[in-house]
Design a protein around this ligand. Structure first.
Ligand code: GUN
Length: 293
């Protein structure tokens, strides 16, 4: 279908808040059931330094915990904390039987190795899903570990929208350990069965590759970099990017005019963001359930 013939057709704007709320309702029920058995699900969030954006993210996670009946404890550390000091806190939380999930908010201060921190969290309490053991399971097609929240949230959006992935061409833009790489694995996994391309800063012929994709997942963090000329008509466009503009507003990687071309689009804010938090809650309740079985 040529672009102009769809000019008056708008994409379905996916309501991540609503889909996320359904996940939170389910988590709340499970938290109540655990409580009836004498277990209060408990998430520990470590935040190092005073980065305002990180504090907003952490506050949002605490609010979600409150909503679902999950106890949260914030451990604030000074911005000049050393890696050893952070590792020491994680060790204490690993040993604490009352803590079911541990998250160390990114970004860590300069000089702190985030991979070392992620690797120090017990895989069974790794609610971010960043531990190599959890990511390693995903590589093997084993979803029994805790899985990274943003890509899991995207998969949930696709399922909720009843978008059939089998045999489709999926393009993941971005190759991070946290979003791009696990996202590509989930899309290619048996059961999802998409054919996946991973694009990154060195990719040539980007527009051409975008135009071939039935689904684009953009996770680069450059405002409005994906324009209407890079999108196949009727495709599913998932915007993971989130950037703060000079006027204080938030912008995704995808230009708003893509809405006239795509079949489905996730907005920023209100698309993938609420799903990431919902999946964090789901991971926390899973961790609490499995540590108490
Ligand atoms: N900083 C921004 N997003 C995240 C996240 O999902 N997990 C952690 N640990 N830090 C973040």
């Amino acid at each position: 279908m040529c672009k102009s013939s769809r000019a008056s057709v708008s994409a379905v704007v996916v309501d991540g808040k609503m889909i996320g709320r359904n996940v939170l309702d389910n988590v709340e029920k499970r938290a109540r059931k655990l409580l009836e058995n004498g277990v209060e699900a408990h998430l520990a969030v470590v935040i190092v330094g005073e980065d305002p954006a990180s504090h907003v993210y952490v506050r949002n996670k605490e609010r979600a915990c409150e909503k679902c009946g999950i106890l949260s404890t914030r451990i604030g550390m000074p911005g000049d904390s050393s890696q050893e000091e952070i590792l020491g806190i994680v060790e204490d939380l690993n040993a604490d039987k009352k803590i079911h999930g541990i998250l160390v908010q990114s970004p860590a201060p300069a000089g702190v190795d985030e991979l070392a921190i992620a690797s120090s969290i017990l895989p069974s309490k790794d609610v971010d899903g960043f531990h190599p053991a959890n990511l390693g399971k995903l590589v093997q097609g084993d979803n029994s570990g805790l899985l990274p929240c943003t890509p899991t949230g995207v998969m949930h959006i696709l399922e909720s929208s009843q978008f059939e992935l089998e045999g489709k061409r999926a393009l993941v833009i971005g190759r991070s350990r946290i979003v791009g790489m696990p996202m590509a694995l989930m899309l290619a996994q048996k059961g999802a069965d998409a054919t996946v391309t991973i694009a990154h800063s060195k990719t040539a012929d980007m527009e051409e590759i975008c135009m071939e994709a039935d689904i684009i997942i953009s996770a680069i963090g450059r405002p409005h970099i994906i324009g209407p000329d890079s999108v196949k008509p009727g495709s599913f466009v998932v915007d993971v990017g989130i950037s703060r503009m000079d006027d204080g507003s938030l912008a995704g990687d995808v230009h708003p005019s893509v809405e006239e071309i795509a079949g489905w689009i996730t907005p920023v804010p209100g698309g993938v963001g609420p799903m990431t938090i919902a999946m964090l809650m789901r991971n926390t309740i899973r961790a609490a359930e499995s540590l108490n079985n």
